[in-house]
Design a protein around this ligand. Sequence first.
Ligand SMILES: [Zn+2]
Length: 319
Amino acid sequence: MPKPFASSADTAAKEQTLEVLADGVYALTAEGDPNIGAVEGEDFVVCFEALATPVAAARWLAVLREHTDKPVRYLVLSHYHAVRVLGASAFDAETIVAHEATRALIAERGKEDWESEFARMPRLAEAADSVPGLTWPTLTFADRLTIDLGGDRGELVLQFHGRGHTEGDITLWLPRHRILFAGDLVEAQAALYTGDAFHRDWAGPTLDAVAGLRADQLVGGRGGVSRGRGEVDAAIAQTRGFLQAMLREVGGVRRRGGTLKEAFEATHAALVDDYGRWPIFEHCLPFDVSRLWDELGGVERPVVWTAARDREVWAQLQD
Ligand SMILES: [Zn+2]
């Protein structure tokens, strides 16, 4: 029997949990669905990630509002993916911050990504009609942006560490608390989506830079909060291990003149024991291997995913 396309058969609601990581620092995790966060400044809030639709985002904001009623001055987008940005209008944020490459990617492929992602994971696209259009960052930067939280709350640092999950991922770092919101650069017990990735950069210098922050708590893109250096290191190691196994398997099949289908099967076999039970593993792997196949073949930037191309790759590899 063919496997259902991507996450189209994943319809069971996930439980959302708000965790207070430090005074005024919040994470909402959801059993493997996209995580989000918020940091209180003296008289404003910085939110990190926007979920897939305004209706989904409004539900998160209602939970956050049990803790703080300060207005959202900054909404930070870690990268351009639709399920993380299209809920932005619910925040009524003064400023929407992203990396400059993220803004360019939204212009180049935001519409296609929207259609692709909502078809891949319809459960997240709750009340899809409530999305008013693409989300446009109003403040972008290249390397680093610092926000003074006011009072004696210290500063919040947004940083680009190199190409990784996309061309423009940024992290949110709280030096005083050593808390890192890593976006999809790190996953904790969830499979990686690498369909728009730069695997060699990500597995090497980019993750080195993330690890170099030596966070005490880490909120990845999906999965639970990693608490303590041991769990933080484990999440980073798991992310790197997934990428390295992909590079080894896809690279091996390429070098011996094999096919994309063979590369998929070898990668699946190499990863399924350690990662197969984790969220979105089967969903992601065809897109992941397809992108890495291109990358190792010299295709510099990821080919744009469209709803039609998604179905073609799925039929070729996963059926
Ligand atoms: Zn993503």
